[in-house]
Write a protein that binds this ligand. Sequence first.
Ligand SMILES: Cc1cc2nc3c(=O)[nH]c(=O)nc-3n(C[C@H](O)[C@H](O)[C@H](O)COP(=O)(O)OP(=O)(O)OC[C@H]3O[C@@H](n4cnc5c(N)ncnc54)[C@H](O)[C@@H]3O)c2cc1C
Length: 287
Amino acid sequence: MDFDFLQPTEIDQACNLLKDYKEKAKIISGGTDFMIDLHKNDLSPEIEYIIDVSNLNELNYIKEDGDKIVIGAGTTHNEIANNPIINKWAPVLAKATNSIGSPQIRNRGTLAGNIVTASPAADSVPALLVLNATVKIKSFSTTREIPLEDFFINPYQSKINEDELIVEISFKKPPIKCKSGFKKLTRRKAVDKARLNIAILALQKNNGEVEMLRIAPGSVTPTPERFVDTENILINKKPTKELIKKAAEQVSSTMIEKSGYRWSTEYKKPVIQTMARRILTQVLEVE
Ligand SMILES: Cc1cc2nc3c(=O)[nH]c(=O)nc-3n(C[C@H](O)[C@H](O)[C@H](O)COP(=O)(O)OP(=O)(O)OC[C@H]3O[C@@H](n4cnc5c(N)ncnc54)[C@H](O)[C@@H]3O)c2cc1C
């Protein structure tokens, strides 16, 4: 491919380049997905300009902002996994980002890149879904926020226009007493995308009843989403082994409902069920 490589130094400059070049331009951040597309010739032939946003310091931060945690879109997985604010308020995201690829990939790959690629197997996404995260998107003339759960259209297709840049990902601080878990299953022990993953965030009342439960399995539906029907099995109830088993079975039933019975279902059905049961047992105190 023959293209011009542009390196804006400010967000506004990047947005103006996107406005000027539209479908002829493509953003690159860490490049860990982009370079693979480039090598496979999967990029649109219309692309003439690559806009490198990896040097935009304005996109690199993790902050507490009142009752919210805000993360700059260009923050790398390693920065997130090792950040004290994230480890205090959202250990589920720390675990998820720490499971991505290898140290090299985590040092380059960014949160926005993981979200925009919209892979059903993305590891940060289930964690961000249980945190009810929101994505802030900017163009030269507008800024909009969209809940992450509404961001995905199809596998590898998200609701971002060609002249837009993700600038921030944010979520409300979960109650400090929340417990969470993230598990990922891969074919190999390292540098492998998730065969299955799942994130769970839970809060129990003093009397043991489940006050809040959010469950997001990955790699089981075309686009990542929370399994609300499973959550409802346990919400306002005191968890028992039987209820947890029922909820875990519901995870695989919902997977089949949403994705149909595929060649991989024989394997995924019992395995995602077991992963859900194990994390639910870890995060919930059972009578
Ligand atoms: C060997 C290897 C192992 C991997 N393992 C995992 C894994 O275990 N789990 C996992 O989830 N992923 C994995 N990945 C995928 C990849 O590392 C992640 O998706 C990463 O987060 C992508 O971020 P990036 O900054 O490198 O994105 P890039 O490759 O730079 O960009 C990816 C896409 O996002 C767009 N983009 C980037 N930033 C922005 C922005 N701010 N606004 C709008 N659009 C933007 C780009 O235009 C492009 O379409 C792996 C990749 C490799 C090569």
